[in-house]
Design a protein around this ligand. Sequence first.
Ligand SMILES: NC(=O)c1ccc[n+]([C@@H]2O[C@H](COP(=O)([O-])OP(=O)(O)OC[C@H]3O[C@@H](n4cnc5c(N)ncnc54)[C@H](O)[C@@H]3O)[C@@H](O)[C@H]2O)c1
Length: 250
Amino acid sequence: MIFSEETAIVTGGASGIGKAVVKTLASEGASTAILDINLQSAQNVAEEVSSQGGKAIALYADVTQPDSMNEAVSRAIDEFGHIDILVSNAGWDEMKPFNDTDPSFWHRVVDINYLGHLAVIKAVLSHMIEHNTGRIVTVASDAGRVGSSGEVVYSGAKGGVIAFTKALAREVSRNGIRINCVCPGLVDTPLLASTTSDNDKIINAIVRSIPMKRVGQPQEIADAICFLASHQAEYITGQTLSVDGGLTML
Ligand SMILES: NC(=O)c1ccc[n+]([C@@H]2O[C@H](COP(=O)([O-])OP(=O)(O)OC[C@H]3O[C@@H](n4cnc5c(N)ncnc54)[C@H](O)[C@@H]3O)[C@@H](O)[C@H]2O)c1
């Protein structure tokens, strides 16, 4: 198994892409801590993993609250002894024109989609540096590479995650830590359903522009994330990988 004896933390692992990552890691032998604000759904995922012979625990944690992240990461380290892999995946958005947004919306989007990555990575980094090893995957978005109409603030935050990932990769390579970024295109998850309910025209137009003419499935993103988190990617760091049916080709 690819992740035999390994341990992982996945933020936003209660749903969508994060849930598929947790299940993939578990099926390949990893023990995983699911950190999410939706504790009930996180517990359901942990139970599903256990019922299939894997190991996962659910912990309440809010990526916008650094103290909450520190506490949950400490509990995961206490439970597993060490952490090999961090998938920083939690995210949120609501589609609306930039002109209809206000500062409280900007803060919410940036707190979750940019500062949230900093909070969980800071909580884990000292531990990885101490052990001189670690693999981190951030989940950004194609919106952060090419911009997305109706998701202007989110695009800026995700662009920040891409640049942050590159800069941190330069800083922590000497500590045996790799960090890469996966950019999903359109993926069939509850987040997509909630952001697109009033925006069918935009979504249909985007799907028509995808060379593969379809949205992605969570498992297709999880497979790319797990590859970058695995020892099969030992010479890859600081990279940005779009998983999007060819929507962007950078
Ligand atoms: N679905 C898409 O089309 C798409 C496209 C590009 C990027 N993404 C990115 O992929 C990632 C996963 O999205 P998804 O589509 O699976 O969404 P999802 O809504 O299905 O899952 C997101 C998870 O994050 C959790 N979460 C939200 N805010 C949180 C917080 N403050 N602290 C901790 N957990 C929190 C939610 O409870 C949920 O379990 C996100 O970063 C998203 O921006 C998704």
